[in-house]
Design a protein. Structure first.
Length: 246
């Protein structure tokens, strides 16, 4: 059972297109046009073209591509801002807001042509965003699923709370969890493929696979292919197996 997956995109359309080219090349080698591609969330923020990323994903799904797109915490923050400029995601410190420069919301608004973000009130930004962000983008963000399961592999943005069945997981954990999940060595009953916490290279820890390699911080966007219990990173030279570290 073959599944492709792409890490946190963070508004980098060029890197996303390059990842899909690598997947297309691998498909051609193995002769499989039907295997799904799972995008692990954090589609927007920090990078220069969040709008382009959403257009690319919407067009691919509308064209019938077997693409699964999951919700990340940044995607939820964007959707919540479009609904209410005073919204504050429970995963954020009280002192932060989605439009804060270090979170990347300002870059997302700029991709829609919204200017002078630091000098304006949230109400004004929201009013312009409501006019400039296409309704199909807002609807797409609101409808994103939090998880996807295929065989013995579970895909989520941040991770899961250990010991809790997948169907009982809280959205806040699926989008934000770190330490309690990252530090837990137990078998979760499936390989958990996730992003959210950047690593230098995609890393297989035995019970989980982290594929966020820091595209939002100017580093690489990683694409992988999973077949049964084996995982490979896709690159210009084809497949490189990712061997579990434990």
């Amino acid at each position: 059972m073959r599944t492709y997956a792409i890490g946190d995109i963070h508004g980098h359309l060029d890197k996303l297109e390059a990842a899909h080219r690598l997947i297309a090349e691998d498909r051609a080698r193995v002769g499989d046009a039907a295997a799904p591609v799972v995008h692990i969330g954090d589609l927007v923020d920090r990078g220069p073209d969040s709008r382009g990323v959403l257009d690319f994903l919407l067009h691919g799904q509308a064209s019938g591509a077997p693409w699964v797109v999951l919700r990340g915490n940044h995607d939820r923050m964007f959707a919540e801002f479009l609904n209410d400029p005073d919204s504050h995601d429970p995963g954020l410190r009280v002192s932060l807001h989605w439009v804060s420069r270090n979170l990347g919301g300002a870059a997302t608004l700029a991709s829609y042509g919204i200017e002078n973000i630091d000098e304006r009130l949230l109400f004004d930004l929201h009013r312009e965003a409501s006019a400039r962000v296409p309704g199909r983008h807002a609807a797409f963000l609101r409808a994103l699923p939090n998880s996807y399961r295929r065989g013995r592999t579970v895909f989520v943005h941040a991770g899961i709370r250990p010991g809790i069945p997948l169907e009982e997981q809280r959205e806040d954990d699926l989008l934000w969890i770190r330490g309690e999940f990252l530090d837990d060595p137990r078998d979760h009953g499936a390989l958990v493929v996730h992003g959210h916490t950047p690593v230098d290279v995609a890393t297989h820890y035995g019970n989980r696979l982290n594929i966020d390699t820091g595209a939002g911080y100017g580093r690489a966007l990683t694409a992988v292919v999973i077949e049964g219990d084996r995982v490979w990173r896709l690159g210009a030279d084809g497949r490189t197996e990712i061997v579990p570290t434990c």
